[in-house]
Structure formats: C-alpha cells, structure tokens
Design a protein around this ligand. Sequence first.
Ligand SMILES: Nc1ncnc2c1ncn2[C@@H]1O[C@H](COP(=O)(O)OP(=O)(O)OP(=O)(O)O)[C@@H](O)[C@H]1O
Ligand SMILES: Nc1ccn([C@@H]2O[C@H](COP(=O)(O)O)[C@@H](O)[C@H]2O)c(=O)n1
Length: 198
Amino acid sequence: MLPEVVFVLGAPGAGKGTQCSYISKEYDFVHLSAGDLLREERQRPGSEYGEMIEEKIRNGEIVPVEVTCSLIHKAMQKSGKSRFLIDGFPRNKVNLDGWDRVMSDKTKLLFVLFFECSRDICTERCLGRGAAGSGRSDDNLESLQKRFNTYINDTMPIINHYDQLGLVKRVNAESVPMEVFQDVKKAFDGAGLQRIAN
Ligand SMILES: Nc1ncnc2c1ncn2[C@@H]1O[C@H](COP(=O)(O)OP(=O)(O)OP(=O)(O)O)[C@@H](O)[C@H]1O
Ligand SMILES: Nc1ccn([C@@H]2O[C@H](COP(=O)(O)O)[C@@H](O)[C@H]2O)c(=O)n1
C-alpha cells in the first residue's frame, strides 16, 4: 500500500503545528513540518544549504523544492510509518510541481486540511510565540508581512487548486485549540480514519 498523506495548510500562525501534534496523538499519523525540517537542516553542521535557508526563512520566501522535498522524503523513509501529516507544504506552484514530479506516484494524497484564521489573529499568535521565546528569526512584524504576502500570492492559489479538485477540508482555526480540534476530528472521522485505540 502507498504511504498516505494529508497536506496541512493555512496562514502563518493559524495553528497548524499545534493541531498536528493533537492529531498525531489521536490518529496514526506522523507529523512532518516542512518548516521544522528546514530549520533542522539550517542548523546541521556542514549543511551546504544553511545560509540560503536562513535567508529565505527570514524573508518569508520559499526554499527550492528539491531541498524541501528531499528532506520530507528522507523523514518519511526514516519514520518507517505509512501515514503522514505534511505541515506547511506545498506552499507554492513550484512546491506543487516538485511534489507531483517526484512524490505523487510514491504516495496517496488523502485530503488537504486547511486552517482558516484572520491575519490579525495569526499575527498576534506569531508575535506572542516570538515574545514567549520561540527563537524563530521570522516571528517579527517585518518577516510576518513578507510571510503573509507569500501566503496570499503563492499559497492561496495552491489551496484553491486543491479545492477545485474537491480535496480541501476547511476548519475554522480562530477559537481555542481544543475547540478547533473538535472540528479537526470531524474531518478525520468523516474521511473514515480510525482513532488509535487507547
Ligand atoms: N487555537 C489557538 N488559539 C490560541 N493560540 C493558538 C491556537 N493555536 C495555536 N496557538 C498558538 O499560536 C502560535 C502559533 O501556533 P502554531 O505554531 O501551531 O501555528 P502554525 O500555523 O504552525 O505556525 P507557522 O506556520 O508560523 O509555523 C503558538 O504560540 C501556539 O501556541
Ligand atoms: N514548504 C515550505 C515550508 C516552509 N518554508 C520556509 O520556512 C518558513 C517557515 O515555515 P513554517 O511553516 O514553519 O511557518 C517559511 O516562511 C519559508 O521560508 C519553505 O520554504 N517551504
């Protein structure tokens, strides 16, 4: 059976990572965050991509898909598992085409989980995360403006593309985390995905 994938998309700070961590405890999915994988690669001693990744992240720009896709693929293989939440990917048309070229015949896309949240709330959450010591070089107003531009210009068209294919499950992400998760569970249960037995 092909590995199964759910893409998780939404604006910066919409709560993708928070919800993915809940999902992976209740359903048999491994959470892979493209942003986390890039930040790890940036820190890896000897990485040839470290500086390039840092510059892209600080400017809210998208890293070349060959780098991101290869990190995702390696993490999937290393996990030894067969169901994945891929958080923050695909972020633009180049990501989408790169995935389709290399990974779409090796995986089955179940659906796209889309967290809807206003820009004001997302900004407040990211700034709060920065103030709480996230250490992220992009949790500041200047980077956030660029990240939002990328989200609106490059990521929204990808969400619309999957919507036209009938693959998008929308969740309102503006309430408290556990309330958001109630709707996430409806999406997963509705797709026939079994919960992990406790
Ligand atoms: N429903 C929520 N209500 C209030 N705060 C939240 C909610 N969900 C997440 N947060 C907080 O908002 C911040 C951003 O959340 P999270 O990292 O999950 O978002 P994200 O979409 O993965 O962000 P990014 O795309 O920037 O990586 C964190 O500090 C998190 O604790
Ligand atoms: N597919 C992706 C995902 C992320 N990036 C870069 O990482 C930054 C942080 O991403 P988060 O999902 O953790 O917010 C993002 O702004 C991009 O610079 C990427 O290039 N490609």
